[in-house]
Write a protein that binds this ligand. Structure first.
Ligand code: HEC
Length: 122
């Protein structure tokens, strides 16, 4: 009988501990969801943009010849507002920058502007 009681005690302690932890897990969820949004921007950039703009936003020689800006350049960063970046991503630009309005949601497009900005802060 004794080992069973010890096991029951252990089970009770573990269950109590889990119940006590539950509110913290629930409270933490919005925080990790907010952090997930930044990751979405960076992950989207990696999937949809890095192929043409480079992982670090510096651009690609073959596209630069065709007028692609270098996102690491301070003068490029100064020359555009966030709204203009979002507009170019949404509707495309020139002959070669594709429009993403049918491929990404407005929220996803908005999450890319800070990613473009982050390349300027290096
Ligand atoms: C097929 C290659 C290609 C892909 C994919 C691409 N771009 Fe571009 N992007 C370009 C080129 C080329 C330009 C230069 C367009 C011009 O000024 O004529 C450009 C320009 C831009 C600009 C500058 C617009 C301005 O105001 O001058 C931004 C911002 C941008 N791209 C963001 C993105 C983002 C974000 C993605 C991914 C969702 C993306 N691009 C995907 C080729 C690409």
């Amino acid at each position: 009988m004794k080992p069973t009681n010890v096991q029951r005690m252990k089970l009770a302690i573990i269950s109590t501990a889990l119940l006590l932890l539950l509110p913290f897990v629930i409270l933490r969820t919005p925080v990790s969801a907010a952090a997930g949004q930044d990751q979405t921007g960076a992950a989207l950039y990696g999937q949809k943009c890095a192929g043409c703009h480079g992982k670090g936003g510096q651009g690609m020689p073959m596209w630069k010849e065709k007028g692609q800006p270098d996102f690491t350049s301070a003068s490029f960063q100064r020359s555009r507002t966030d709204a203009q970046l979002i507009e170019s991503i949404t509707g495309g630009k020139g002959q070669f920058m594709p429009a993403f309005k049918n491929k990404l949601s407005a929220d996803q497009i908005a999450s890319l502007a800070p990613v473009i900005r982050s390349f300027g802060h290096k």
